[in-house]
Each structure stands twice: as C-alpha cells, then as structure tokens.
Write a protein that binds this ligand. Structure first.
Ligand code: HEC
Ligand code: HEC
Length: 398
C-alpha cells in the first residue's frame, strides 16, 4: 500500500539515480588514475596509515533482492570514502585526542557499542545507546518518500529522536557535542591541515588539500554510505525466493518458524525484507513514564512522547545492549519485553495493541520457550560476518 503511494516519486528518484550513476561511472574512470598515490605520496601515507596504494573500491553493489525491489544504492566516491575511513578512526576529531567515531561505533559489533551508554572525550556518558551503523544509508535512500509520525508525513532522519536530517548534519552535531567529541570546528580544520597524509587524502578527494568542516562530514558520509551489510543467510534466502513470507530453503525449520513469527508481529514496524523500515518512529511500550521522551522531548507534542526511531535489525545479534537506553542486555530480554512486558503508554503503537486498534489493550504475545528460541534463531540469520571483518572498513592507523 505504502509502496504504491511512493511510486511516482520513487521512479523519478530511480531515473535520477540512473543519471547520477552514469556520471559516477565516468568519474570512476578518471578516479582510478587518481587513485594511485605516487611513490612519494605513498611513502608519506604509509608512515602512519595502513591503506593500500591502489585505493580500495567502495562502490556499493546491492544484493539481488534489493535491486529487484528498485532500491537505489547510495553513490560512494572511493577517494572520499578512503578519507572518511581515516577520519572515522582518528582520535584527533575529539577535543583532547581521546575518542574517535569508532570508539562508540565498533566494526566488530556492527558499528555499535557493547555498553548501554558510551564514554565521550572527557569520560562523561552519552545520553543514549550508540546506534549500529550497518546499512544506515538504506534508511536514508529508502526513506526519502516520507513516513508517518502522528499524522504528519516527513522524511526519515538520524539519531534515536531523528533530530538530524542527514549524516553530515549528524556528524556536525556529534563533533561539537559537549559529551561526545567536543571539538571546535575551526581548530579541527587547522589541526588536520597541518598533517601531510591528510593533505594528500583531501587533495585526492576534493582537488585541494584545504580542510573544511563540510569536507570532513562529506567524507564521513561517503564512508558510512558504503556500509551495506547484506552478506547474510537471510539475504541469501530472499535473493532466491523473492518473497519474505515463504519458507527459505537455506533456513532450518526453527529459523523459518522464527521468520513466520517475526512477519506476524514485528515486520509491520521493522520490515519483512530488511531493505527499509515500515515505520520511522514508534512507541513500543517500554514504560508508562519515560525518563527520556525521544521525539517528544524535541517537539513537546503529546503524541510524540515516548516515540523513538524504529531501529534496523541488521546484525542485531552483535549490537546489544538494546533500546535507546540500552536497558536490555540480551535479545532474550527483548523478546521477553514483547512477549509479556509491553506497557500501556498512551502513545503505544496500535500494532502492539489488541486487534491493532488505538483503544485496544497492550498486546500479550505470550511466546512459549520454543517460540522465543525460534525468533532468536531467526534474528541470528541477520548477521553479516564478512562485513565486520572487511579491511576497507577497519582501523587504518598503524
Ligand atoms: C562518545 C560516543 C560516540 C562517538 C564518539 C560518536 N558517536 Fe555516533 N552515536 C553515538 C550515540 C550514543 C548515538 C545515538 C545518539 C542519539 O540518538 O541521541 C549515535 C548515533 C549516530 C548516528 C545515527 C545512526 C542512526 O541510525 O540514526 C550516526 C550516523 C553516527 N552516530 C555516526 C557517528 C560518526 C560519523 C561519528 C564521528 C564523527 C560518531 N558517530 C561519533 C555515540 C557516539
Ligand atoms: C510498533 C512498532 C514495533 C513493533 C511492532 C516491534 N518493534 Fe521492535 N522496536 C520498535 C521501536 C520504536 C524500538 C526502539 C524503542 C526504544 O528504544 O525506545 C524497537 C526496538 C527493538 C529492538 C532493539 C534494537 C536496538 O538496536 O536496540 C529489537 C531487537 C526489536 N525491537 C525487536 C522486535 C521484535 C522481535 C518484534 C516482534 C516481536 C518487534 N520488535 C516489534 C518498534 C517496534
């Protein structure tokens, strides 16, 4: 239904992407000659960085099922993504050289953190749980058609309360955040401009060695846009069968049982095909009285209280603890919540109420031990073990 609604804008968008794609291909051809650092340049780079002399290719190829569904992949420039890789792992991006983006977004954990709240540059804790970054750009691309919050249609965005409209905007906020990185942007530009390897990498990415905050966040966006994490048993199944509702031949009976349960009670928010979430934000009944009201704390509207971003569940087995405040240590705890813990908050989403209506009581799914085990087995089919080891996404500092 929603797809139909999006069609005109989606096809226009596809056309646009096709054009951009063609240009990018052209640029790609030029890029490859630029990709090679001269021996002199590489000598400078290799003193500090472990990146190949022939630049890694960050161009995104989506799995068959996404291409088939008409999902356009993000456009990634390898020169910018390479610079983004170095920036992402560089502690010089924080006020006192102590934390990098990767301190709270660890590759081995699907680019999330394994603590409820992460430590910022001066040891203070973040207000919320770190969000996993794998396949974040799919949100961006596939959300462009807009989504419902209350009765408003709006595009999707970043952070648990969706206060940033793009990755560059998110990164600007994070860099300057008093808890997270606390860096002065002018100071940061000066700091990086004095470093020989950055001079080379900025020149390759932007044509000159000049460092500006916009260039920094642009490069970070290209790097993060390359995080398409779809090498999973789930994607293998969907590539083959096309329909997420049918049993997958490569799944065990238990995984298929879990998938069916997920499709009945979870997919209407989190999505059945894992290419884009169905609902951008929702209240999933964690509390009657939220300490942190998410979107509501920003807008002050009653209907937004306790509404948080519906997170993508790719690599979910790696990204605990769970929820905006990291209250659940394990996926078993999450399933217990949906099974018997959903709270009757006034904004509790109708999908988690009896009969799917706003005045219905909070659902009690009352999963048996066997059903919980099946759901858990299914959630484990969403893990991409190649992605968390891929060198072009890993720490380049020697
Ligand atoms: C001190 C820990 C910390 C550091 C450092 C950090 N982040 Fe985050 N990141 C978080 C937390 C916590 C959230 C969720 C915050 C919220 O929603 O209010 C988040 C959210 C995000 C999101 C939003 C994802 C989504 O799905 O909405 C992106 C993108 C992101 N970070 C990228 C970065 C980048 C790029 C850097 C480096 C410039 C960075 N982060 C540095 C902790 C950190
Ligand atoms: C009404 C929409 C909705 C439905 C239906 C729903 N969820 Fe969620 N889910 C959310 C929202 C919103 C959050 C984040 C809530 C927060 O942190 O405050 C979430 C969080 C999660 C998380 C934690 C993600 C993370 O990165 O921390 C998991 C796991 C999860 N849901 C699994 C499920 C499962 C399994 C089901 C079905 C039994 C389900 N969800 C049904 C909206 C929904």
């Amino acid at each position: 239904m929603e797809i139909k609604h999006l069609k005109p804008s989606l096809s226009f968008f596809l056309l646009l992407i096709a054009c951009l794609y063609a240009c990018e291909q052209d640029k790609g051809a030029v890029d490859i000659t630029k990709a090679d650092y001269t021996d002199a340049e590489y000598e400078v780079i290799a003193r500090t960085l472990n990146i190949p002399q022939q630049r890694a290719n960050y161009f995104v190829t989506l799995p068959t099922h996404m291409a088939r569904a008409g999902i356009p992949g993000p456009l990634v420039s390898s020169a910018k993504a390479t610079l983004g890789q170095v920036l992402f792992y560089d502690t010089k991006l924080s006020a006192n050289n102590t934390v990098s983006c990767a301190s709270c977004h660890k590759q081995s954990l699907g680019f999330s953190d394994d603590v409820a709240l992460s430590k910022g540059f001066n040891g203070n804790l973040t207000k919320r749980n770190s969000l996993a970054l794998a396949s974040v750009p799919n949100f961006d691309v596939s959300y462009k058609g807009g989504n419902n919050v209350g009765s408003l249609v709006r595009p999707a965005a970043f952070f648990w309360d969706e206060r940033a409209k793009s990755i560059p905007e998110q990164s600007m906020m994070t860099l300057q955040d008093a808890i997270e990185m606390g860096v002065d942007l002018d100071e940061l530009s000066k700091r990086l401009e004095n470093i020989a390897y950055y001079n080379i990498l900025f020149t390759k990415a932007f044509g000159t060695g000049k460092v500006t905050p916009n260039r920094v966040t642009d490069a970070l966006e290209h790097f993060i846009n390359g995080f398409i994490s779809t090498d999973t048993p789930f994607d293998e199944g969907l590539n083959k069968h096309a329909d997420p509702m049918v049993d997958f031949a490569n799944f065990t009976a238990q995984e298929n049982r879990g998938k069916a349960l997920f499709n009945t009670s979870c997919a209407n928010c989190h999505s059945a095909d894992f290419t884009s979430v169905v609902q951008s934000v929702a209240n999933n009944g964690l509390d009657i009285d939220y300490q942190d009201n998410g979107v509501g704390a920003l807008t002050n509207h009653d209907r937004d209280q306790g509404q948080f971003k519906v997170p993508f569940l790719r690599n979910i087995a790696l990204t605990g603890p769970y929820m905006h405040d990291g209250r659940f240590e394990t996926l078993e705890d999450v399933l217990d919540h949906y099974s018997e813990g959903i709270q009757e908050h006034p904004n509790l989403d109708k999908r988690l109420r009896k009969d799917g209506v706003f005045d219905g009581e909070a659902l009690r799914l009352n999963y048996s031990a066997e059903e919980k085990a099946a759901l858990l087995a299914f959630l484990h089919t969403l893990t991409d073990y190649d992605f968390i080891q891929e060198e072009k996404f890993s720490d380049p500092f020697k």
